[in-house]
Structure formats: structure tokens, C-alpha cells
Design a protein around this ligand. Structure first.
Ligand SMILES: C[S@@+](CC[C@H](N)C(=O)[O-])C[C@H]1O[C@@H](n2cnc3c(N)ncnc32)[C@H](O)[C@@H]1O
Length: 260
């Protein structure tokens, strides 16, 4: 089974997970952080490993033109279906291919905005992936990278699952196996990714935490309560760029400019 097959096989589980409060919240936070760096004009966006369009479709609804790339055909089929339902199919082009082959499909550094959200943890060569991402971005264009924060693993085990042995064993964790996608996963710190982006000629614009507290609240039922959820969203939006809270969030979101 190839890696793409594993993502194909998990599509129903993935779509179910998207309805959970913690997943709804993370897309709200991604959008909020990205919006801080986008002007009002219509831009060309490349969404690498864009999956079923969780980021692409809201950007198309805002008037942007999006190229969505993914190596899972099932994810792309779902993105196309949702784009049609939302009336934005003319603003989204889908490309069934791998991150590595993007330079041959898009030989110019043409995109105003390049997203790579929750993908670098699945690739075998993160620095090479970031080099490709940066070379697809026009001068002064925006790059947004999101990945699971290595430091959240111990905190999440200790608080959410209250498993202190697991928490201790994860202090220096750098990889695991994804239960959702049945595939290996790497864990990075935000600083490691910032260093690689800087080496690839990018300039840091923003370092955000996505879900600074939600993953450390043990009571998952409370998160489904609309009033609690609303307050949590307000808190998370306020914490996402506040030191030191963003450093221990479940995900990091790094936004840079490309400098040629
Ligand atoms: C966890 S999902 C994230 C989807 C979306 N970016 C989001 O945040 O909702 C990871 C996606 O990346 C795709 N993917 C992983 N590695 C890839 C690669 N090397 N080339 C293309 N797509 C890839 C998978 O098929 C999957 O749709």
C-alpha cells in the first residue's frame, strides 16, 4: 500500500473527524492567522496537500483563485464535491500529484500565497519539501506552514489522557505512527521549521499557536457545549500570538515572506 493509498483509505474517518469541535476550531484559527497577512485583493493560492479543501474552499469563497494539490484522489474528489456545493468550483483547480513533482507542474515562482498545512510531518525530507514550497512562491509572497508541535505531545498525554508514563516517554519524541492514516509521522518544533525556512530565503512574519489550551482540557464533552466552545474560541483567538502560550500549542503555524 502506498502512502497515498493510506490517505485514500482513511477518507471516511477523516471526514467524520472534521465535525469534531477541536477540528472545527483549528480551521478557524488557521484562517484567522493567515488573514492577518493577506490584503483584500484576490490572490493566487497554492494549497499543497490541501486534502478535502478545508482551507481552499473558504479562500475561494473570499474570491481567491486556488490550486489544490494532493496525492489522494479520494481527498480531491471530496474537495471537488464541496467546491460545487459551495458554488466555487470555477475558482479551484485540483492537481492529483505529489509535493516533490510540483516543480515540473509549476516551473515558475508564481503563487502569491502557498499553504502547506499538516503535510510536512508526513514527508521523508522536510528541508527538501520547504525548499520546493519556497521556490513556488513569488518574491514577497506568503508561505504558511502548519504542523503538530513536538512539545505538545508530553503535555497532551499528561493532561488530556492523564497518562503520566506516556507523558514521560514523550519528552524527547520526534516521531510516531498516525492512527488516523496508518502512516509514520514526524514531530518538529516551530524553531526547526523556522530555521529551515530562513535557510531557504524566507523572512518570518508570524509564529502562531493553534489550540493553545483546548488539547489540555480533559473534559471533551464540555468542548461540544456551544457556550463553552464560544468562550474557548475567543480565548484561543486571543492567545494564538501571545508569548509564551503559542510555544506549547498543539500545532504551530509559521507565516513567512519569500525574499528573492
Ligand atoms: C492531514 S491531511 C491535511 C489536509 C489539509 N491540508 C488540512 O490541513 O486540512 C494531509 C494531506 O496531505 C496529503 N499529502 C501527504 N503527503 C503528501 C505528498 N507528499 N504529496 C501530496 N499530498 C500529500 C494527504 O493525502 C492528505 O490529504
Amino acid at each position: 500500500m502506498t502512502s497515498a493509498d493510506r490517505f485514500d483509505a482513511s477518507i471516511d474517518h477523516w471526514l467524520h473527524l472534521m465535525t469534531e469541535p477541536w477540528n472545527r476550531l483549528r480551521y478557524t484559527l488557521y484562517r484567522h492567522n493567515l488573514a492577518r497577512h493577506m490584503t483584500g485583493e484576490a490572490l493566487s493560492v497554492l494549497d499543497i496537500g490541501g486534502g478535502n479543501g478545508g482551507d481552499s474552499i473558504p479562500l475561494a469563497l473570499q474570491g481567491h483563485q486556488v490550486a489544490l494539490v494532493d496525492y489522494s484522489q479520494k481527498m480531491l474528489d471530496e474537495a471537488i464535491k464541496q467546491a460545487r456545493e459551495q458554488g466555487v468550483e470555477d475558482q479551484i483547480s485540483v492537481h492529483h500529484t505529489t509535493l516533490k513533482s510540483l516543480p515540473t507542474i509549476f516551473p515558475e515562482a508564481a503563487f502569491d500565497v502557498v499553504l502547506c498545512h499538516n503535510v510536512i510531518q508526513y514527508v521523508d525530507d522536510m528541508p527538501q519539501a520547504i525548499k520546493i514550497i519556497s521556490e513556488l512562491t513569488r518574491n514577497a509572497g506568503i508561505i504558511s506552514i502548519i504542523s503538530t508541535n513536538r512539545y505538545s505531545e508530553t503535555l497532551q498525554a499528561a493532561t488530556l489522557r492523564m497518562d503520566l508514563d506516556e507523558a514521560l516517554s514523550k519528552l524527547d519524541v520526534t516521531n510516531t505512527h498516525s492512527l488516523v492514516f496508518d502512516t509514520p509521522v514526524n514531530y518538529y518544533s516551530a524553531q526547526e521549521v523556522i530555521d529551515v525556512l530562513t535557510a531557504a530565503g524566507c523572512e518570518l512574519l508570524g509564529h502562531y499557536g493553534v489550540r493553545c489550551v483546548m488539547d489540555y482540557i480533559h473534559d471533551n464533552d464540555a468542548k461540544g457545549d456551544p457556550e463553552f466552545y464560544q468562550k474557548l474560541e475567543r480565548l484561543e483567538l486571543a492567545m494564538s500570538d501571545k508569548y509564551p502560550y503559542y510555544l506549547t500549542a498543539r500545532f504551530f503555524q509559521i507565516i513567512t515572506h519569500r525574499r528573492l
